[in-house]
Each structure stands twice: as C-alpha cells, then as structure tokens.
Design a protein around this ligand. Structure first.
Ligand code: BES
Ligand code: ZN
Length: 635
C-alpha cells in the first residue's frame, strides 16, 4: 500500500487490513444493492458490502490551473456489518473526508495501477450514510480537457469538457466507477461570467444564480445511471430549440447551423419510441463540442455530446444522432455490466441506429449504412490479426487490460450483425416485440452476455430448438470471426457505384463517371472500392474532378486521405496535415497516423505532425496515438 493515511492510527490500521484483501474477485455475497453480481475487473468497489446510491457534486473549475475543486457527497447503502466503502479514484487529491456534520472520517488510498487508478477506502460513521469528500482534480485528469480561448471557435473564452467512458469518470469524481453500479446525481457548478455549464442532467435553474462574481448552475438527474455517463461542459454556449423536447447547445457562431443539421431529431425520437417504447429521460438535447472532442458522439443522458465534424451542412452524417439517441435505450437504460460486454451497448445501438434511419430515410439508405458497417468489420478483423483472433469475439476478457482496447468495430458491427441474424431467423416483428420487452424488463439494470442469452432463450426462442440452432447464439457471442449464418449485406444503391468503380478501373476518366445525386454513403463506398494502388495522375484527376481534398465532409475526407497515404500522394498532404491539426476525433486521427507510420517515408512526417497536434488532442486520442507513435521529447 502506498500513500498517506489520515488519522486516527487505530482506524488507519483497520483500513490497511481491509485493503490487503482488496481483490475484486473475492466479493462477499451480500445485501447492498440488487444490481450486477458480476465482478468488474476495472473497479475496486465491493458493492455487495457498501455501494454508492447518489452523488452530489459542488465543483468550481479553475481555468488558470486546470483543476476542478470542491466536494462530492456520496450517499452510501451498506450491508449489515460493513464499516467502510471502497471507491475508484485516479489522480485525485483528496483533502478530507467528513460526515455532513463536519466530523472527520478516516480514509486511505490503496495500491493501484495505471489503468484502474487506486481504491479509496473510507471508514463509515456509525449512523450517517453520507460521506463528504473534499478534493481536487489533477491538471492532467484523463477525463477532462481544458481548452484555451484559441482552441475554441469564438477565441475569447476557455472551454472544458469531460469524457467518462470507459473508466475515466474516476479522474474527476471519486465514486464507484463501474457500469454495473448505477447512481443518481446532482451538481452545482460555479463558473465565471461569460461562461455557462451544461451537464448530462436536468438544468434546475436555467439562468443560474450569481454571487461573488461566479454563476452557480444547478443540475439533477433522477434516473440512476452508471458513472461513465456523468458529464460536464463549460464554455461560451448558446442554445437553440429544435423540437418540443430538444435543442442544441453550441458556441454562438455554430448554434444556428447545428440547429439546422439536427432538425430531424424529434422525428428520430418519435421513430425510436414507436419501435422500442417511451423515451424515459425527459429532454433530448445535443451539445456541439470544439473539434478536439475525441468521439463522433457520446450518449450522455439528456445531452448527447457531439463532434463538430458531424456538421456536414447537408444532414448527411446525422445517423450519428440516431446512434447516440438509440443509446437512450441500449446502453443508458440497459447497460453492459462490465466492459467485457461492451458489445451489448454498441452492437444493439448500431442495430437500433439502422432501424431509426430506415424509418426516416427508407430501406435503401439504411442498407447502405449496414453494408458500410460490414465492410468496416471485415477490415477490423484484418487489423486484429484475422478472424481467428480472440479479440474478434463479442464477449471479451479485458481483465488487466485497458478497456479501450476492446472498443473497436467488433463490438459495433459484429454485435449489430448478430441482431441482423436473429432478425433474419425470427422475423422483424418478433424481434421488435422482444426488444421492446427487453428494454422494459431490464430498464435501469446491467446486462451481461450469459444473461442476454438466457433472455433470448426464454423470450424469443421459447423452447424452439430448431430456431435456436439456426441462430447459434453461443457461437456468435463466444467464438471469434463472423459466423457463416450472418445475412449478407448488399445495398442496392451501391450497385451503380460498383459499376462506376469498374469503369474507372478500366480507364474511364473521373469526369465521365455517372455520379450525379450520390450521397455521402455512395461516395464512401466509391472511395473504399478504389484500387489499393493508383498512380498520381489518376489521383490528381479524381481530386480535381470531385474536390476530395477540399471537402467539408469529414467522413469523405478521411477516406480520401487514406487512399492518398496508401499511394504516397503528396499533393493531398497539406489537407492531411490540416485535418490532423484541426480536429481530434480518434476514429479519424488514429488510423491516419497509423497508416503514415507504417511506411518508410511517412514515419517522420507522422511524428512531426503529431508533435504539433498532440497538445490539442484530448487524452483519449493522445493515449491511442502514443501506442504506436511515441511522443517526441519536447513534443
Ligand atoms: N459510446 C460511444 C463512444 C465511446 C466509445 C466513448 C468507447 C468511449 C469509449 C458512442 O456511442 C459512439 O459509438 N460513437 C461513435 C459514433 C457512432 C455513430 C458509431 C463515434 O464516436 O464515432
Ligand atoms: Zn455508441
């Protein structure tokens, strides 16, 4: 055990004794919860002994020192005889722990590791069930990104945002940071004039309360959620209403175009409700973040966080909104119990996303999404070492590893393909009824692979062994690769694209190809289907005709830049460098560096661009790129 022990000596000894048996595998069966009994290899908590029910935050961001400081008051429920609670923390400075009445409580930080952080053990008072933790975050807290005014659109105010998934909430909130331990929360955030706070919770008083130069914004989330869904952003934010229960927050210069881009959100919510039952979170708002936001979207409850790279101007990338909205059922209502079953969040969500988009745009459109998804899956299998690799299984074993490593297209696209397979076997109508019941039966509860298979047996196959053997659910969940009963994904709309690719391969000039009316998805298919090797004249003709290097569509640009790197096509490199230094979405940034770093000529270029870009990236993106491009000293 490392670290400091705080008084009195007797209590400290007791805590040390506790910590030595701090093995997440050995959990007493017990009373304090009724949630997941599965051990979570990424949390130190022992919820059967004592578990957090509610978190109440009072935090003040300091934009000069890049720290949040204040208190977290936790309401604890405990089994008979439990005299301490174990939380997850990483890089937090714990100042004191008290009862609400101010009586000091003994606490100790136990030994941890760089992935999970440390256990924080707090001695519980005899009677009270609330502990007040006074603490401060580290300037390098992995969840939090602090942006200078120059890194924002408006250039006048700083910005900060948090990203909790998978196990980063513990770097800004001391709590039991496991997806199986749901908690309600409330918060008061004190911010300087000119800034506004938003959270994944109900804004209790829209104008805030100003005192002593700071405005306090109050929030409350009454539905219990896993802590990875706690989220905060502070910046110069404006709001536009876009529907009866929806709106968008963004920097003032962006808010109108964002409101236009997301104008269909009420139709999406209504479509999802018809399919999967009521939207249970009250409002559904979106927040457009600065370009360093490391994901396309993050399904924070009541307030999806989104990258500005989704604003293509023509609503062509809004399936991302359908995706994050779908998490309001798959993920936020029924939640993977541990990160080993991340596919239960993402695979279901990709399937739901396709269904919502089919309601909005029709079958041809959704078929394109599904075929692009299948292509990505097959490419991911190759990157993971082929379809026999154990990491191509849906159910993973991430103990001892960073859960981020399991967060690839296997969970998303193989997971969705599993549901497509079930749909093909039982019919859409029966699957829809099953899913609706599944969300109701397990609302606000964790779900794991074994339990899901039981659900399918009980509520879908219902003793029909022939049906079950047609689906082969255990093979899907526990074996590598793509089972051969996966329905093929063929979008009719891509047949015409394939004909144009064939013509191009046979020598047709780009200007002679029939591309009128193509949507983003047709262009993505076109770019992916191009020959791996192309000479520079052909690439130049493509770029001059279609303007790929100059496109404002981030997905198309990304796909084009991959072709450019593959062929060492230097005229596209200024666009490449611009793209890598102007946004930090991991899905775009990491593969481009990786492609560059895999060539003899590109490794130094990658390092040079990365040295310049890295300070602008969120830790999630930087940590991924660091794995294959060690940062240069001083970079
Ligand atoms: N929950 C994920 C984002 C995430 C995944 C955060 C893993 C942390 C760890 C979100 O719902 C998501 O999947 N976003 C996608 C977009 C979507 C349309 C596939 C993304 O960010 O690209
Ligand atoms: Zn998702």
């Amino acid at each position: 055990m490392s670290s400091h022990l705080i008084l009195p000596a007797g209590a400290a000894l007791l805590l040390m004794a506790m910590l030595t048996s701090c093995d997440p595998g050995d959990r007493a069966a017990g009373a304090a919860g009724g949630d997941s009994v599965l051990p979570d290899p990424h949390s130190f908590a022992r919820p059967q002994e004592a578990r957090v029910r509610h978190v109440s935050l009072d935090l003040t961001p300091d934009f000069a020192s890049h720290q949040l400081s204040g208190t977290a008051s936790l309401t604890i429920e405990r089994a008979a005889g439990a005299d301490s609670v174990i939380l997850d923390v990483r890089d937090l400075a714990i100042r004191r722990v008290t009862t609400p009445g101010g009586e000091q409580l003994a606490f100790a930080l136990g030994e941890g590791d760089s992935i999970r952080g440390q256990p924080l053990v707090i001695r519980l008072p005899e009677r009270a069930d609330t502990v007040v933790i006074e603490y401060q975050t580290s300037p390098s807290a992995a969840a939090v990104q602090w942006l200078s005014p120059l890194q924002t659109l408006g250039k006048r105010q700083p910005f900060l945002f948090t990203q909790g998934q998978a196990i980063l909430t513990r770097t800004w909130v001391p709590t039991q940071d496991s997806p199986g331990i749901r908690q309600t929360y409330d918060a008061v955030i004190h911010v300087p004039a000119g800034l506004r706070a938003v959270m994944s919770a109900e804004l209790v008083d829209p104008d805030g309360e100003t005192a002593g130069g700071l405005t306090a914004y109050r929030f409350r989330l009454d539905q219990p959620v896993p802590p990875y869904l706690f989220a905060l952003a502070v910046g110069d934010l404006a709001f536009r209403e876009i529907g009866p229960r929806s709106g968008v927050w963004a920097e003032p210069a962006l808010v109108d175009s964002a409101a236009r881009e997301f104008g269909e959100v009420e139709q999406m919510i209504a479509a999802a409700e018809r399919l999967y039952g009521p939207y249970r979170w009250g409002r559904y708002d979106l927040l457009v973040l600065p370009p360093s936001f490391p994901f396309g979207g993050m399904e924070n409850p009541r307030l999806t966080f989104a990258t500005p790279t989704v604003l293509a101007g023509d609503r062509s990338l809004v399936s991302l909104v359908a995706h994050e909205l779908a998490h309001s059922w798959s993920g936020n209502l029924v939640t993977n119990a541990t990160w080993d079953d991340f596919w239960i969040n993402e695979g279901f969500t990709v399937y739901l996303e396709g269904r919502i988009m089919e309601e909005l745009r029709g079958k041809d459109y959704a078929d394109m999404l599904r075929q692009l998804g299948r292509q990505s899956l097959l490419a991911t299998f190759q990157e993971l070492g082929g379809p026999q690799s154990p990491d191509t299984r849906l159910h993973l074993d991430l103990a001892g590893r960073d859960p981020d490593l399991g967060m690839n297209d296997v969970a998303y696209e193989k997971g969705a393909a599993f549901l497509q397979t079930i749909e093909a076997a039982v019919g859409r109508e029966r699957l829809d009824i099953f899913l609706r019941g599944y969300f109701d039966r397990h609302a606000f509860q964790p779900m794991d692979s074994e339990r899901l298979l039981q659900e399918l047996n009980q509520h879908l196959f219902a003793g029909d062994e022939q049906l079950e053997s047609r689906v082969r659910p255990r093979e899907w969940v526990f074996e590598p690769g793509l089972p051969d009963n996966a329905p093929p994904e063929r979008a009719a709309a891509f047949e015409k694209v394939d004909r144009q690719v064939a013509a191009f391969r046979e020598g047709a000039r780009p200007g002679d190809l029939q591309t009128r009316g193509w949507s983003t998805h047709e262009w993505l298919h076109f770019l992916r289907a191009l020959p791996d090797t192309l000479d520079h004249d052909r690439l130049q003709a493509l770029d001059q005709t279609f303007g790929f290097s100059e496109t404002g569509n981030s997905e198309i640009l990304f796909q084009w830049l991959r072709s450019a790197i593959r062929n060492h096509y230097e005229p596209a490199f200024p666009a490449l460098e611009r793209f890598l230094t102007s946004q930090g979405r991991r899905k775009f940034v990491a593969p481009l560096y990786q492609d560059l770093a895999a060539t003899d000529w590109g490794r130094d270029l990658a390092r040079r661009i990365y040295a310049r870009a890295r300070p602008g990236y969120h830790s999630v993106t930087a940590a991924t790129v660091d794995r294959f491009l060690q940062p240069q000293p001083g970079g």
